[in-house]
Design a protein around this ligand. Sequence first.
Ligand SMILES: [Mg+2]
Length: 233
Amino acid sequence: MNKHILFLWDIDGTLLSVGGAGERALVKAMQSAFKVQANLSEIDYSGKTDRKIAHILHEHYNLPVSESSIDKFLAAYIAHLEVEMQHTRMHVIEHIVEVLELIDQNPMFHQGLLTGNLRAGANIKLGHFGIYDYFRFGATSDFAVERNELGPYALTEARRDTGILFSPENVFVIGDTPHDIACGKIINAKTVAIATGRYSLESLAEHQPDFAMERITAPDDFLMELLDLEAVH
Ligand SMILES: [Mg+2]
């Protein structure tokens, strides 16, 4: 194995499950920042970045959109997220920690985030389980509003951090939704869809990822399948 390989991970439903903590934090942030009782069932926020959701909520509830108002909302969201996570049954998805560790141990492997979360939100969620430090770089919604901006942004961050220009065929985008598959296809990466979130294997397969699986059954086998190898270490 003499190629540098980049793995870009989605968070929610892929690395971990935080129950409804994110949704509750959004509702509470609308209340504390703007005294608005938001009803999330009225808006379509699936696959949207946190920053995009802030824009959508502003528009839906007729709040004037400004950078300071968006930032005010996002700061409130992060504060509530931290509290809500204390009251939520959360877990890391099975075998994820072993896979992250295997990647971390191999000098030819690199990994980062490709997520609609804010960096602070990623820190809270991943830090809760002690797995934040596996991700030195990545794309978060701090500087991107649209999800499709995240892929190119992640590649730029990966190059900045590692000094390596990764070929698209050596980049894997791993996620649990059709949005993640779309993000990966935009940068010509290999897409890996895992049905550990809200989507079934069948519905993910309809979006034609390069790999589709129900779950990670064994960390070694997972990496070998992706890399088409007999053994990874
Ligand atoms: Mg997800």
